[in-house]
Design a protein around this ligand. Structure first.
Ligand code: SF4
Length: 63
């Protein structure tokens, strides 16, 4: 599974980073850096958490 992040929607809340800093990179201002994040099978729950945590609905999970 992958997490796609719409960087145009991202508003720098850094909530995805707070869910898992090893998966979601942010810049110094709190904006997501990568538009695509690989989610190993043991990290899929973290992907769902990040989707729920993002107030901009910028994160989508794809198979
Ligand atoms: S939680 Fe959403 S808005 Fe915040 S940094 Fe992550 S992708 Fe961007």
């Amino acid at each position: 599974m992958k997490a796609h992040i719409d960087l145009d929607k991202c508003s720098g809340h850094a909530r995805c980073y707070q869910v898992d800093p090893d998966l979601f990179d942010i810049d110094a201002s709190g904006y997501a850096l990568r538009a695509e994040v690989d989610l190993p099978s043991d990290a899929e729950a973290k992907g769902h958490e990040a989707v729920a945590a993002c107030p901009e609905r910028a994160i989508a999970l794809v198979r």
